[in-house]
Ligand binder design. Structure first.
Ligand code: HEM
Length: 449
């Protein structure tokens, strides 16, 4: 039963709750139907527990506001380490010195990110050793994003064929793949299935493989560490953080920082390849601003309003983390006139904000005009929330924005990206998950003169 003055929602079945109302492979369309029936703040029972789904920019802003009607949400564990991203980070955020360490380490310079771009550039060049060769970008974008996170966490960049990074990338793909499937919802909704030999057990094995590698690196770090002079995240010194927590936080950071950025890059190139006029206009702006310069730097973005608009439009259309990370009310709370008891799971449907009619000039099409005013200047509407909002906004936002700009500008400056003629029509529909993943696609790459 719904508590008194709780947000409305569909009728609830015993034990199953509303689970049958959702296509667990991709519940976004069902969420939209429910929003149309019950409004921007409605409730669902995923198993025996009530959840509140928040939609649209107005309700989202109210819900995420610090110290007001909904003071603070805290992320909720799905039980064993399987479906909740960054649990430990969330528990310790703001009060942990370890997190202060991370905040320090995430401030990689342009130069660090550019070194990783150069490695990506070399990988592309060796792949297209003769003009116009077709390549599949999935693993390359994963490698570049993962390598940047390796620098933050382990203080090292790896060659793409190094066993350490290949194991980490492969395990991270397995973990997110398992976490992205319908088993995640079932796992977090019905605690009694957790002991059964079901597919999510595969991802526990991948977590173990990752944690063994991180432990190995941590032991190496300990041999050469100088107190007071941390070199990276693993060098963090904080007595409140056990070794186990440090290892799992390192894995969380690797996963949070890899899949998000790489899937955004994949979406970017899928759209740019199939909108050649937009790709060319970016290249013209890049050529003009970088004329006579060897390399781009992050500050150059201020001279590139069109490129900025394209990157933001890519993030809007990519909708990379569609349901954000589940939150939970930390005390009895009023929201949009409803009463939500302490401990209620909160699902932020960011999709509804990024495509909300009335907030965007072209809500349903890929159009950089969404971020340009009549004078061609870059503007960022309030509804741009791919990193969520409020006190729990993505911890890696600054780093992600720098990566997307530097990687995209470096690649677009050097190469022309083309849709191979024999590939058929592009399929823009991503695979649903904690992160949305474009379906694999090939691309032809040519050096620009
Ligand atoms: C395009 C790239 C990215 C997108 C779209 C994205 C999006 C998000 C979203 C929606 C959340 C949930 C925020 C909330 O709970 O309200 C989040 C959390 C988080 N992200 Fe990202 N993210 C990206 C890249 C990164 C990177 C590169 C890192 C690591 C450096 C990172 C680290 C984190 C962490 C640690 C959290 C948990 C923060 C907390 O609540 O304490 N993210 N991200």
């Amino acid at each position: 039963r719904r508590p008194k003055n709780f947000p409305p929602g569909p009728p609830v079945l015993p034990i199953l709750g509303n689970i049958l109302h959702l296509n667990l492979k991709n519940p976004l369309e069902d969420f939209e139907k429910l929003r149309k029936s019950y409004g921007n703040v409605y409730s669902l029972f995923l198993g025996p527990r009530p959840s509140v789904v928040i939609n649209g920019v107005k309700a989202m802003k109210e819900a995420m506001r610090p110290g007001k009607t909904v003071p603070r949400f805290t992320a909720q564990s799905g039980g064993k380490r399987f479906c909740t991203l960054c649990n430990i980070v969330l528990e310790h955020r703001r009060k942990s010195a370890v997190l202060q360490m991370f905040l320090q380490w995430k401030q990689l310079t342009d130069c660090d990110v550019l070194c990783s771009c150069t490695m990506l550039f070399c990988a592309i060049v060796s792949n297209i050793s003769f003009t116009g060769k077709t390549l599949t970008p999935q693993i390359m974008f994963h490698n570049v994003a993962s390598n940047i996170m390796c620098q933050v966490v382990f203080g090292t960049r790896y060659e793409y064929d190094d066993e350490f990074i290949t194991t980490i990338v492969q395990s991270a793909i397995e973990i997110t793949k398992a976490a992205n499937g319908p088993w995640t919802t079932l796992y977090s909704s019905f605690p009694w299935i957790r002991k059964l030999p079901l597919p999510f057990n595969k991802s526990f094995k991948a977590v173990k493989r990752c944690s063994d590698l991180v432990l190995q690196s941590l032991n190496e770090h300990k041999k050469t560490r100088v107190p007071g002079e941390p070199r990276d995240f693993l060098d963090s010194e904080d007595s409140t953080f056990s070794e186990d927590k440090l290892i799992f936080t390192a894995i969380d950071l690797m996963i949070a920082g890899t899949d998000t950025t790489s899937n955004t890059l994949l979406t970017a190139f899928l759209y740019l390849i199939n909108h050649p006029h937009i790709q060319e206009r970016c290249q013209q702006e890049i050529d003009r601003v970088l004329e006579g310069k060897d390399q781009v730097c992050f500050d150059d973005r201020h001279q590139m309003p069109y490129v900025q608009a394209v990157i933001h439009e890519v993030q809007r259309i990519a909708n990379t983390v569609p349901l954000s990370v589940f939150h939970c009310t930390t005390k009895d709370t009023e929201l949009a006139g409803y009463s939500i008891p302490k401990g209620t799971r909160i699902i932020q449907n960011l999709t509804t904000v990024l495509k909300e009619e009335g907030q965007w000039k072209y809500p349903h099409e890929f159009n950089p005009g969404n971020f340009l005013n009549d004078q061609g200047e870059f503007v960022k509407p309030d509804a741009f929330m791919p990193f969520s909002a409020g006190p729990r906004v993505c911890l890696g936002e600054g780093l992600a924005r720098m990566e997307l700009f530097l990687i995209m500008v470096t690649l677009l400056r050097k190469f022309k990206f083309i849709w191979p003629e024999d590939t058929g029509e592009p399929d823009y529909t991503p695979v649903f998950g904690i992160t949305m993943t474009p379906k694999p696609y090939p691309m032809k790459v040519q050096h620009r003169l």
